[in-house]
Design a protein around this ligand. Sequence first.
Ligand SMILES: Cc1cc2nc3c(=O)[nH]c(=O)nc-3n(C[C@H](O)[C@H](O)[C@H](O)COP(=O)(O)O)c2cc1C
Length: 175
Amino acid sequence: MEVHEAIELRRSVRSYLPKPVPPDVLRRVLEAGRLSPSAVNHQPWHFVVVTDPVKRNGLTDGPYAKFLAESPVVIVGLGDKVKSPKWHIVDTTIALQTMVLAATAEGLGTCWIGSFYEDKVRKLLNVPDNLVIVAMLSVGYPREKEESTSRPPRIKNRRPLAEIASYEEFGKPKA
Ligand SMILES: Cc1cc2nc3c(=O)[nH]c(=O)nc-3n(C[C@H](O)[C@H](O)[C@H](O)COP(=O)(O)O)c2cc1C
């Protein structure tokens, strides 16, 4: 799949089929994260892949994270604040979004999750103190037809480009 197509097809998927993600597909998604850029190439990230249903249930405490019980895979993105005090969050975020696009190209649905209680997740997954829990991703095959990532893209609710981009200096529109 061409990258722009994946960018347009991607949408947040919050309902999943009970179909496991094959190991080779999951490996390609993780590989996309591994190959991502990072400041000084520090690669200050770690990804915990959670498939165990009991553990996934333990990740659903946040008010907007209930569907993690149903997504066959949850990827928890951790940033190492010791390895890269300034960029660990940015670098880990880049890697997670690269994985999102790779997953889309594999026909998978994903959703970013910021709705979690850090202490609870840290305890549940045994995360060391040097690692910050940046965000989680649900990953799986979309349940609803309308959530399928193989349909033509719907119109996205986004601010227009003219409002979010300037040229040569802030606030200057395209000539
Ligand atoms: C950092 C971040 C955190 C998010 N947290 C949640 C979340 O906890 N629960 C959820 O259902 N969606 C979450 N989302 C998804 C957004 O609601 C979604 O991306 C946005 O509404 C745009 O819709 P789209 O992804 O379908 O284009 C999050 C997205 C980002 C980037």
